[in-house]
Design a protein around this ligand. Sequence first.
Ligand SMILES: [Zn+2]
Length: 151
Amino acid sequence: MSPTSDDEPYVDRHLYVEEIISMWNLSKIVRELGNRDQCVAFAEAQGLMPTEKLCRTHRTPMLIAASTNRSFGSWVCHKRTCKRKNKVARTNGTFFENVKIALIHVFYLIYAFAYKMDYKTVLREDPFKEEKQKCLSRATVGDCTITAGSQ
Ligand SMILES: [Zn+2]
């Protein structure tokens, strides 16, 4: 029996050391998704955020203009004739479109959701609570955990 066979049920085999090492945990969240730049790079690498867009008027590649610290910035055309006219938030039409919280919390909550953390655990384990000197709201966490069926 080949240990690498795709037919083997995931739960019925022992994990390899490399698999366990590569699994996400809270310290990896902090290390690899602990600031805005890391989160943006991760979202781009995972295909969650496009890295290219053409101006609908000029059909030329648009540039990314930085905005607030919690966002991905905006697409802007560099042609003088349309400078701000076709400016559009980079999050438009993406998973992040209606996200109102910091990106570090988005990825933390996805992690918390995946591991079915309950509300109190999500608040307690929040790796960014001290740095931000505030905790996630019940509504924010609820959006996540109600879907998971744990709160
Ligand atoms: Zn343009």
